[in-house]
Design a protein around this ligand. Sequence first.
Ligand SMILES: Cc1cc2nc3c(=O)[nH]c(=O)nc-3n(C[C@H](O)[C@H](O)[C@H](O)COP(=O)(O)OP(=O)(O)OC[C@H]3O[C@@H](n4cnc5c(N)ncnc54)[C@H](O)[C@@H]3O)c2cc1C
Length: 454
Amino acid sequence: MKRSLYWVNKDLRLNDNLALNLASKSDKLLCVYVVDKKWFEENNYQSKPLGDNRWHFLQSCLSDFNESLLTLGQQLYIVYGDTLSTLASLCEKYQITDVITTCLPGTTENKITARLIERFPKISVNKVEQFTLFTQELLPFELQQLPNSYSKFRKLMTEIVPPRISQTINHLPEMFKDMPSPTLFRPQWLPDSPYKNVKKGHTFYGGERAGQEQLNHYFSSDLPLNYKQVRNNLDGWKSSSKLSPWLGYGCISPRQVFDAIIAFEAERGKNSSTECLYLEILWREYFQWLHFKMGIKTYQFKGLSQQAPLTTFYPERFNKWCLGNTPYPLVNAFMIELKETGYLSNRGRQITASCLVNELSIDWRYGAAWFEEQLVDYDAAVNWGNWQYIAGVGADPRGGRHFNIEKQTTLYDPDSTYQIKWTLACDINKLSNQPLDSLDAADWPVVLPSSNDE
Ligand SMILES: Cc1cc2nc3c(=O)[nH]c(=O)nc-3n(C[C@H](O)[C@H](O)[C@H](O)COP(=O)(O)OP(=O)(O)OC[C@H]3O[C@@H](n4cnc5c(N)ncnc54)[C@H](O)[C@@H]3O)c2cc1C
């Protein structure tokens, strides 16, 4: 008798879900999603792992997945609490024989499965490889031999073909008899943040249906043919695929995106833009494997390089950066968009990250943690990997990136359209004349010379 617990995580979809396929072969099945209390608590970097924008997105992902499970006679049990103790007590209560989950590079997830194995040696724990495009077996090198640069990785992966998309299931085993009613109970520590209507910028709706819609919409248009020309734009729904939030929660799989690129190329032709789009998916892939290889070093100050950057923590500067109140108008506009919508273009992320590290001399991990809280598409490997890259402690042979803000403004926002959209026009010049710190090195208030002074 196979009594399975499917720990649903970053795989909130019915289609191309190998973990669910495996779970479908059980005799009894419990599908569980744990909303962990720690996600809403402030961490060491003065941010929370899960902010309002992504929490809203996640809630729609959960209800969409639950609706899909209901059509197959199953249900998603959402439990609020501590992940490890929740899973452990369910394993005990329902005499679980098999735990099935998606294999993720995150150190927390891996610690949890390791503890479950320790505690229940008789339970078989299956971690299904489907968050990545390839499986570890398909990599043409041992994980520890993963190159420390993306370009080397890309060359090695040229000939490797990802696994095919798995069949969609049309049947799921029955639930356990004495299941508690699926939770309507909301603990007090859950934020009571009503959906806010984003007035400007992009709104993302969670769930497989919305993700598939965006995938179909993007690849049935001409947009992939021009991706390379427009991908660095600061604004606009059409300037990139906008698939990242759904990839982040596994509402769509990287293999589905890969197939969509191949199908598009077969029908409309391959060009440098479609290739470039695939190379971005491969960047995502690289960061996932890098995280698997580096483990906890992904989150450490010295990163992959093992050399400490010359930065520290300045609370006032950090606060100004988060709120979009720095002397750099373009950075301010980006930070306001991020906070309002939970999304930022790739160029916006690069410029704001570079500003935090190079202009403000702040420890990059504070920036990465702020992005973690704010982004709807937060992905541990991609976020912390990109931050390391820019801070010069990651997989960058050039040792970090410093974006010239003035030059970037001239290139991408020459007539200030983007800045005016996110800040008040009058703020643009006013803030750029403000000092970075209100106190000098001796703790004296910094006073700006008035316009009458010399
Ligand atoms: C400091 C910093 C932090 C970032 N944090 C995240 C994050 O938490 N989650 C996240 O998904 N992306 C992150 N990115 C990467 C990138 O900015 C986003 O993936 C992209 O902007 C999402 O929009 P899109 O789906 O329209 O991307 P597209 O341009 O359409 O690209 C298609 C897909 O390729 C992948 N991709 C694109 N750019 C990158 C990149 N630079 N690195 C790795 N994969 C990439 C994503 O999966 C994306 O959905 C970060 C980049 C930087 C510089």
